[in-house]
Design a protein around this ligand. Structure first.
Ligand code: NAP
Length: 252
């Protein structure tokens, strides 16, 4: 594969200070893109991702703090990107959180926090990216959803609702942007090794592994590879789709 396939493209990855977002930032930079590493709190981690990109790939990179659930902060982030690079070609809507608990005991705050980041953040970033991509007459959006948005999961009504919402959003925006050849696709990871799954107990982990045909959790780099494909010109004639990356956990 050509490692310069994204040279000259600008990519924003939300929540790129660690986990899946970090892996996407590194992989897209390796493919030549100028990458914006967005984060909310983990400044040191995000700066480390940018430093790694500069050292390993010598590609331009920008570290931007912005809470994607706050529209004003997203607006400022886009202003900064457009001032620096005058364009945006790829948006990876990756930042996401979970606040698990049974519905009867779920606080309104836990419901709101998950929906604000996972859906409002998706809306804010996609709206501003779409505006720019329509001007450029090109672009790619890749949204990170979850198998939980397809199957549901006890204790995750808020998270599952948000991730099912990501899939509906992806299909609708794909239909809106198809006449302009701007592709919008989603990736649905299953269990991936990251901070998000570190909270599982060893028993929960083993129980989950039993359900996965590949009998292991996935790696962030494996998700990043699919994201790179969806963001690249190798992916043509495909929009509104959700690709599962879950070791066979959900077979549609
Ligand atoms: P993670 O390790 O918890 O990382 C989440 C990232 O999102 C961090 O960089 C965090 O930055 C950032 N973030 C959170 N809220 C934000 C906000 N409001 N504004 C900006 N950035 C924010 O999670 P992950 O496992 O890599 O998950 C990444 C995505 O994949 C999420 O959408 C998640 O739902 C999805 N997913 C994960 C799995 C899995 O098994 N890990 C499975 C299916 C789907 P700060 O620390 O600075 O806040």
């Amino acid at each position: 594969m050509t490692e310069t396939e994204l040279t000259g493209r600008v990519a924003l990855i939300t929540g790129a200070s660690r986990g899946i977002g970090r892996a996407c930032a590194l992989r897209l930079a390796e493919a030549g893109a100028s990458v914006v590493v967005n984060y909310r709190q983990g400044a040191a981690e995000a700066e480390a991702v940018c430093a790694e990109i500069k050292e390993r790939f010598q590609t331009p990179t920008l570290c931007i703090q912005a809470d994607i659930s706050v529209y004003e902060q997203v607006e400022q982030m886009f202003q900064q990107i457009l001032t620096q690079w005058q364009g945006l070609d790829i948006l990876v809507n990756n930042a996401g959180i979970h606040r698990d608990g049974l519905l009867a005991r779920m606080s309104h705050q836990d419901w709101d926090d998950v929906l604000s980041t996972n859906l409002n953040g998706l809306f804010y970033c996609s709206k501003l990216a779409t505006k720019q991509m329509l001007k450029q007459k090109s672009g790619r959006l890749v949204n990170i959803t979850s198998v939980v948005g397809q199957t549901g999961n006890a204790g995750q009504t808020n998270y599952a609702a948000s991730k099912a919402g990501v899939i509906g959003f992806t299909k609708s925006l794909a239909r809106e942007l198809a006449p302009r050849q701007i592709a919008v696709n989603a990736v649905a990871p299953g269990f991936i090794e990251s901070e998000m799954t570190e909270s599982l107990s060893e028993t929960q982990r083993q129980e989950n592994i039993k359900k996965i045909p590949y009998a292991r959790f996935g790696r962030c780099s494996e998700v990043a590879e699919v994201v790179l494909f969806l963001a690249s010109d190798r992916c043509q004639y495909m929009t509104g789709q959700t690709l599962n990356l879950d070791g066979g956990l959900v077979m549609n």
